[in-house]
Design a protein around this ligand. Sequence first.
Ligand code: WT7
Length: 630
Amino acid sequence: MLNSKLNGEVYFPSAEVLKNATIKDWEQLNKKALDNYEEFWSELASELHWFKKWDRVIEDSEKPFYKWFTGGKTNIVYNCLDVHVNTHRRNKLALIWEGENGDSKTFSYYALHRETCKFANVLKSMGVQKGDRVTIYMGRVPEIVIAMLACARIGAVHSVVYGGFSVESLAERIEDSNSKVLIVADGAYQRGKIVQLKQIADEALQRCGTVEHVLVVKRTGQEINMESGRDMWYHELMNLPIAIQNNTLEEVDSEYPLFILYTSGTTGKPKAILHTHGGYMVGIYATLKYVFDIHDDDRYWCAADPGWITGHSYIVYGPLLNGATSFMYEGAPNFPYPNRWWQIIEKYGINILYTAPTAIRGLMRFGEAWVNRHNLSSLRLLGTVGEPINPEAWKWYYNVVGKGKCPIMDTWWQTETGMFMITPMPCVPLKPGSGSRPFPGIVMDVVDEKGNSVQANEEGYLVIKTPWPAMIRTVWKDSERYISQYWSRYPGMYLTGDSARKDEDGYFWIIGRVDDVIKVSGYRLGTAEIESALVSHNTVAEAAAIGLPHEVKGNAIYAYVILRTGVEKSPALIDELRQHVSHEVGPIAKPEHIEFVDALPKTRSGKIMRRVLKAKALGQDPGNLSTLEE
Ligand code: WT7
């Protein structure tokens, strides 16, 4: 493709950017990957350590249960830590952490390896064995990284629950994963206040019965309940003779489970997405290497939370696989002042910043003077993820934060994809609001109801037509759901759940979710979770939740509630219900607004027609109502 022929508003890479970029010719790399897909991935896999080399790159005899690097033996943590400890990176910083209250900690590769080995031995002494699930529920503190790595090191399967979730969400995830061990923090700092993580966990544990040991990380030092015989302090365990730095490590098969991560889907309860050691490792290693073009002396900051896939892939595993220095900040971007992030970039000399459109829009509201107080000249690359970025926010990010010299990597991917799927690289011309084209070798398309490609610029369903190494392996304990959710609509194509357009240059433009998933501040929530939380309140008979456009959050939750007979409608009850959702699911799910109604639009089979509610709220035409019952 000739660059000069691109349509629309295009930002070309500068000579400086091209000079720094490891990959200078995207077309060539893409061609190489398309011509020999297996060899492309096999070469990248060879850059990592395998205890035994794989026999086959892709095994598709049981599709859609694809397998990658079968016959190989590895352990992702060996490649994250041990490999570097034996090189010039031994004393290089692996992790720099700053607490919201100003505390800070650093870990060299040597130190992170040591802490991980010690904690791996602690877990073993608690009876955690290969294949066991361990639930982790913490804020953004270094111990969450250590806990994840320690689990993976001994072949245990971690299930991280985002610290912004609350009682019912946590209980449900512990129960479904059947975890015997829970690792939790006493609390987390957020916007100057303490989130009572341990208290929430105690309440959750009353609702589920699998956990035998609770290991508690001291972050805030506040008084908390410690149940004797069940709860133990992390720091005390780490000082016992059992916490030794021997090299306990399981050499696992490529396809051995690494983690499960719950995410919201179309219906019912959140489902656990399974990722495995080998393919996931290769996928995120390669994508981070090429897209954020990690240089050995870079300081890279992914401002997401380890509790979501972005944090798993690109705070924890990806940077460590690349031997990078990863920075993590505990708190809110505007605490105590709206310059906190810019101060951090200046203080640590951050070179790469990866965040979400909602954060950019939020900071944009405070005005550029807050940014301009700081020297941000260390920045080389910027990134965004989680929802479509509106061109205004893109331009502010590009001009005000990046001073017009840092390309923005708009990365489209999902919990299920594990790695970036639609993304530019520094050498790729950018169009604000588009993530450009799929990662080299990956074939994606926009199709109609029948699965045929639509014309350029026409809206349709976004699908993936090639298997990729970090792909979801199955829905934990529910392979039926894996097939029905992702592979049954169009045989041979993975259904993303998004709608999109592809322009005449092959650039993809994401429109949004087409299912009952709402993206609030980039967080993925299911209407079903919000509705079931509402219905669990003793005044509610029925509920429907929808997402409506919101300036900063992208979408905000609106809920429609039918009260039980005899219950009085009142503003106080609205507050109580919003609070109830926050307590059950988490503050991120708290509805912006609740409206009491007498009936809900339903199909004859009883399914709530959320699109009708949405149209009504927006004053739009509700479209085809032929299936509406009344
Ligand atoms: C959904 C997946 C994987 C990172 C965090 C979200 C939306 C993600 C983009 C982007 C437009 C995006 C999609 C996708 N999404 N990145 N760059 N542009 N939309 O993971 O929670 O599994 O959500 O996030 O709708 O399906 P997730």
